[in-house]
Each structure stands twice: as structure tokens, then as C-alpha cells.
Design a protein around this ligand. Sequence first.
Ligand code: TYM
Length: 330
Amino acid sequence: MKDLVFSGIQPTHELHIGNYIAALKQWAELQHKKCCFFCIVDLHAITVPQDPKKLRANILEAAAVYLAAGIDPTKCSIYIQSEVAEHTELAWILGTIGKVSELERMTQFKDKSKKQTQGVSAGLFTYPILMAADILLYDANQVPVGEDQMQHLELARVIARRFNERFGETFTIPQPLIQKVGARIMSLQDPEKKMSKSDPAESSKILLSDKPEIIRKKIMRAVTDTEGSVHFDPEKKPAVSNLMTLYHHTSGLSLKEIESEFKGKGYGDFKKALAEAVIAELSPIREKIESYRSNSSELERILDEGRDTAKEIAARKMKLVRERVGLGRA
Ligand code: TYM
């Protein structure tokens, strides 16, 4: 069986360098070797309140970002989750397989529900079930994500196995694909916190849309430690190790090579080099986002095509699932 890759990003806020390193950069490499589906998961986005006009704009913005990051629509399918209704149908069915006790253990649910001032939606609670549906619908066996999605992915595996045991072999068991270094990019202001799209502190994150002077400022202001040596040790030196991870992914140098490049030099020199490497990596993407965003007919065409390809596979799978579960009529 050919490997099938599925992944998605929520079209909320602007994407940052953590999303790029853990997801988009991996995706762009995978598309040359595998059959890939890259989804814009707008149904996940509405599990917390969204402004409808902004959400629609963010969906197209996300599509432009995918393309600008090198995701090639001739090699893979790029589409919008809500345009393939089978995702929600399968999510309902899988919701009868997953258990409340399993959902209650999800750390992302616990964290996100604390931030809701208007009450916690049932959708936020069942969010991981929809994510399982996204993946299982396509029999994806490889799912490139950051570390924060590992628990959700583990639940998707549990649900797939349970369904297969109850109704017969139906779903492929997915495997996570995680970057060895950089699966969890931390905030530039607090190395104990992951870099997050929704963090209101602008200086905590580098956005894909940041101009060079902003990137320089954010990196020069990033917290470090008092030791003054560029050395990789995530336990003892989390802030510097996080910056080294960014440098590793943007310069192509190994962690050892970075240590020897900056041996005997201070954090100032290191940060200057890091800023230039990040700018060199992200500037072409920022410029392309603009040009894809302004060519809306091309974006529409790519999203239509992606939807049609996804829909064909999803419809076939749902027919089998309904049959297995005994829904409707023969
Ligand atoms: P989302 O939109 O929060 O994040 C998109 C991707 O970026 C990764 N990520 C990070 N990686 C490293 N360091 C960080 N600080 C960081 N922040 C975010 C995430 O792990 C993710 O890979 N539930 C998912 C979207 C989703 C999905 C799916 C993913 C829905 N269905 C099916 C894979 C397969 C989410 O909210 O990602």
C-alpha cells in the first residue's frame, strides 16, 4: 500500500515559525515521496468563538500560506474541511466509539477550556474525535504534526483499533511523523510555554508574515540565560536550545555545527546570525503569500480540485463505514 499522509492546520490567527517547522516544512518534503492531503480545518476552528467574516478571510489566507510554503497542488490535495461533509458524518459515528473518559484526559481540552469566558462548547470537548475522523477517512498512515498533537493522534489510533475490533478491519492505524528537533517550538519570551498562535504577546512568536525588521527585533529581545554559551541542553538551557532549534531548521546546520560556530562568542553574535537565517527562510514565503492571496481565482481553482479529490475518497470510505455499522438501507 502506498503511504498516505494527512495533516491540517486551523485557520485561526496568523501562522508562526512553530507551525512552519513542525508542519508545513515537513509537508513540503513529504509531498515528493507520498500521496498527501493537506486540509484547512475550519470546523476545528469554530470550537472556540470566531468572527465569521474573519474566519472566511483566514481560510483563504491559510491556503495562500500552504502554497507559499511550497505545498504543490499538482503533487497533493489542498482543501477545506467543511467542504467535505463526510468529515462530520464520520466524526458523529466515531463519537459513539470514543469514550468521555478518554476525552476528559486531553490536556489541550483542559488548557483551552480554562481560557473560555463564555462557557466551554461541546465541540471543544469532542474536537479530538473530529480530528480522528479527518485522518481515518483517508486511511492516512502518516500524520506529520507537532508534539502538542500527539495525544490526539494516540486517541485516533485507539478509536481506529476499537472500531476495527467491533466491526471488522475498516481503518488504517495512523502513525505520527514528528521532527526529531523542533516538534515543540517554545515562546521567545517564556521557554516553559509553547509558541502559540493565540498568544497575545507579539514578541513571543515569529509570524510567517513578519517583515525583516520585526524578526530582528523579536529575536534580539528573546530571553536567554546568564551563562553566555551557545550549547544545546533543553533541560538546563531551554531558551537558548529553542533558539538553536530555530537556527538548525533555518540554516541547515546541525546542533553540533552551531555549537562550534559560536564557541567563545556571546549571545549577541548568535542572535544576529539567527535573525538573518530566519529572514532568509521566511522572506520568500511572506512575499509569495501576498501574491497567492491576490490571485483569488487560482486559489479557488486549487481548493475546488482538492475538494473534489478528497470527496471521492471520503464518499467511498463512508459507504463502507455505513455498511459496517448497519446504518440506513442496503
Ligand atoms: P494547529 O492549527 O494548532 O497547529 C498546526 C500544526 O502546527 C503544530 N504546532 C507546533 N509545532 C511546534 N511547535 C509549536 N509551538 C507548535 N504550535 C503548533 C501543531 O502540532 C500542528 O501540527 N488539531 C490540529 C489540526 C488538525 C489536524 C487534523 C492535524 C485537525 N485535524 C488531522 C493533523 C491531522 C491543530 O489544531 O493544529
